[in-house]
Design a protein around this ligand. Structure first.
Ligand SMILES: Nc1ncnc2c1ncn2[C@@H]1O[C@H](COP(=O)(O)OP(=O)(O)OP(=O)(O)O)[C@@H](O)[C@H]1O
Length: 307
């Protein structure tokens, strides 16, 4: 649905905001783009949506080249920006109908009604935008983006600053869109949002995509646990009898680390057996600690500034 090849962007200031980005997004998937402030998320979305020119590389949306076939590409795209531009005196239904007209689509009041109902805005259809709450304005942004029946929807920080209830409503809505076949690309700072929603997660840092992975694979990493064993006396090597545990021995010989997955593992991890086997091998220990890596740990370690 979206194909990004060798995409780079250097702003007039000389700042290199994107460096050789390659990304393929399949029809019908939910892709979450994670990254710290200034990583290049908005720049990437803005290029795909035709709002910012690329310095190099090529982007196609549903097969349409975003420069040479701009209108066709843009007609496939719905963009939900971070903030609402000022159209305060317009009514909700007029704003959404107007957005549809911008794409040259024939009026379709039944479709607009369906969109407004799905976003719980139908009751407010004749209200002026200035009278809406912040949460309703967010939903209106989505309604406008959906007005021309796009095949792919970009959501830039869809739930930044919204309350928990509205966040859950948005997640439900996005899942509903996916069920209808819409491809969804969202940027977020919230790891929880990516965990909850995404089929795949991409991490961008300093203009480079540093990881793209199925969420399920990330969850397996998330499920990695480690048991650290502090030994009473240093070991020269892990005894042969313990080789099946694939233990890691620290350089000073005083720490053993046992890694095990908690997701998809059959039965309980054999910690009790490991401890019994340690005793049988005559290895005494003073302390035990367990640790579990989270997606947040993985994310932070990936984007930590190099010193
Ligand atoms: N018009 C511009 N001219 C020069 N530099 C820009 C321009 N727009 C963005 N940048 C720079 O490009 C980099 C990427 O910005 P971008 O807005 O794409 O990041 P982001 O990942 O969306 O960040 P945030 O999470 O804060 O929205 C930043 O260093 C930013 O300062």
């Amino acid at each position: 649905m979206v194909s990004v090849r060798h995409l780079s962007k250097t702003y007039a200031s000389g700042h290199s905001a994107l460096k050789n980005i390659n990304l393929e997004i399949a029809r019908g998937e939910i892709f979450a783009l994670l990254g710290p402030n200034g990583a290049g998320k908005t720049t990437l979305i803005s290029i795909i949506c035709g709002l910012v020119n690329a310095s190099a590389g090529e982007v196609r949306v549903a097969g349409h080249h975003i420069v040479t076939d701009y209108r066709a590409a843009r007609a496939c795209i719905g963009l939900v920006p971070q903030e609402l531009a000022t159209e305060s005196f317009e009514t909700v239904v007029d704003a959404v109908s107007f957005s549809r007209g911008l794409f040259g689509k024939a009026a379709n009041p039944a479709y607009i009604e369906q969109v407004l109902k799905s976003l719980s805005l139908w009751e407010k259809r004749d209200a002026r935008i200035m009278t809406l709450s912040g949460g309703m304005k967010r939903r209106l942004l989505i309604a406008k983006a959906l007005s021309h029946e796009p095949e792919v929807l970009f959501l830039d920080e869809p739930t930044a600053g919204v309350d928990v209830e509205l966040r859950r409503d948005m997640w439900r809505l996005v899942r509903g869109l996916k069920a209808q076949g819409t491809t969804i690309i969202l940027t977020t700072h919230y790891i929880e949002e990516a965990e909850e929603m995404a089929d795949r997660v991409g991490v961008i840092n300093r203009g480079e995509i540093i990881l793209v992975e199925e969420k399920a694979a990330l969850m397996r990493k998330l499920g990695q646990k480690q048991l650290a064993i502090e030994l009473s006396a240093p070991l020269a090597a892990v005894p042969e009898a313990l080789s099946s545990y694939h233990l890691a021995l620290s350089g000073d010989g005083l720490h053993l680390t046992y890694s095990y997955g908690v997701d998809g593992a059959v039965g309980e991890p054999p910690i009790a057996r490991l401890l019994a086997d340690l005793s049988a091998a005559g290895i005494a220990f003073d302390d035990l600690r367990t640790a579990q890596s989270s997606l947040e740990d993985i994310f932070v370690s990936l984007v930590r500034p190099q010193s």
